[in-house]
Design a protein around this ligand. Structure first.
Ligand code: GLN
Length: 392
């Protein structure tokens, strides 16, 4: 009987599926490799320290008091109101909490739903490379054409001329990501003004991925699309509660867009996840009232970056201190000629520290001898990792 079942279930046709050119994400691959070799995992970007107890208590409270069914499709109203207030406080723009804000299952769903909302077959989407790895597959699923624009080394700056040249009559969407994952670079006020000017009079939309908005160092400032009226009016601005409150496992993010764009976004969001985790939304609505939680994040992570870089002073890796995010690039130029995937594998297996090879963030892999390290870790972990890296 079981044999029959196996035979009957064997497919006769060789189907073609939707993402043949994509494999498992580098984050899963490197985390698995780190576990296998019991290496310190500075690869996948997540904190290894706990989130706030008070926040956990609030989620528990809302679970125990019966907030366990579907949230409203756009999100719990009280949370959207807090987000509107915060946006006004930080960026001087008060979005309408009813029509302009939607709570999503992580920023990942926000990005996927935005791309799905905007991109039709043949549409061109401009993406700055190296690019976080969730943009390309979503564009591909929509039949869009990814137009990579390389950020300029060594500091991963936006090349205005290259960007201007890459725009065509088919450009539907530009994906901007600042603070930038993986490089940690941030766009300048001049970059934002340039982009605003460049897009004036066009119908090009902007996806502004700002999930690291609260993690910017050395007194620098995050420049949000919210602050530039002509960008804001064409933008889906994406933020992450997971990144800001050390709760990446809760999958909580949000999108802000003008009413007409948000109406289209919600048509997609409602059929992908319908709504996000209810008790967490009530908890965040209360917890977000404490502004110090996100205003203190710059200093909190700068201390970690500085501790890590200080501990690496005697290492052979070359460093440009990261401007934002909780990622630091280290160059192994002069230490090995191998490609970065091989080097990252070797680093994990032999030296006991896992990092992300940067070439995977390009359409055409290139070897810049660069690895990305996540420093959202407790002091002990960072010092141990640095000690291992200094021995190489
Ligand atoms: N954003 C995190 C990173 O860049 C993790 C992403 C993921 O695991 N999907 O490492």
């Amino acid at each position: 009987m079981s044999e029959n079942f196996t035979q009957n279930s064997t497919l006769k046709t060789q189907h073609s599926f939707k993402l043949p050119q994509f494999g498992t994400t580098i984050f899963t691959v490197m985390s698995q490799l780190a576990n296998e070799h019991q290496a310190i995992n500075l690869a996948q970007g997540f904190p290894n320290f706990p989130c706030s107890d008070q926040l956990v208590d609030l989620v528990t409270f809302y679970m125990k008091t019966g907030h366990n069914q579907y949230a409203p499709m756009p999100g719990v109203a009280a949370l959207r109101e807090q987000i509107a207030k915060k946006t006004a406080l930080l960026y001087g723009h008060l979005p309408d909490s009813n029509s302009d804000i939607t709570i999503t299952c992580g920023a990942t769903e926000a990005v996927f739903s935005t791309i799905t909302t905007c991109v039709q077959p043949g549409d061109e989407v401009i993406v700055f490379e190296p690019a976080f790895d969730i943009y390309a597959p979503a564009i591909s699923l929509c039949g869009g054409v990814l137009k990579p624009v390389a950020l300029s080394l060594p500091d991963y700056r936006l090349d205005h001329e290259l960007l201007a040249k890459s725009i065509s009559s088919k450009t539907k969407l530009i994906i901007l990501n600042s603070p930038h994952n993986p490089s940690g670079a941030i766009v300048s006020h001049e970059d934002m003004l340039f982009l605003e000017q460049l897009l004036k009079g066009t119908d090009i939309l902007l996806l502004s991925d700002e999930v690291y908005e609260h993690i910017v160092f050395d007194g620098k400032k995050h420049h949000s699309a919210h602050e530039y009226p002509d960008l804001r009016n064409r933008s889906f601005v994406i933020s992450s509660l997971g990144k800001t409150y050390h709760t990446t496992g809760w999958r909580m993010g949000y999108v802000i867009a003008p009413k007409a764009l948000m109406a289209e976004f919600r048509k997609v969001h409602q059929y992908i996840t319908f709504s996000a985790h209810t008790p967490s939304q009530y908890a965040f609505a209360e917890f977000m009232k404490d502004e110090s939680q996100y205003l203190g994040l710059n200093d909190f992570f700068q201390q970690k970056r500085d501790l890590f870089l200080n501990a690496l002073k005697t290492s052979r890796f070359k460093v440009i201190p990261t401007a934002g995010t909780y990622f630091q690039f280290l160059s192994y130029q002069g230490m090995s000629d191998g490609n970065d995937v091989a080097y990252a594998t070797q680093l994990t297996a032999i030296h006991g520290v896992a990092a992300i090879p940067v070439s995977v963030f390009y359409q055409e892999p290139q070897n810049n001898h660069m690895l990305r390290f996540c420093f959202a870790k407790d002091e002990e972990t960072l010092l141990k990792a640095a000690e291992k890296l200094c021995k190489i």
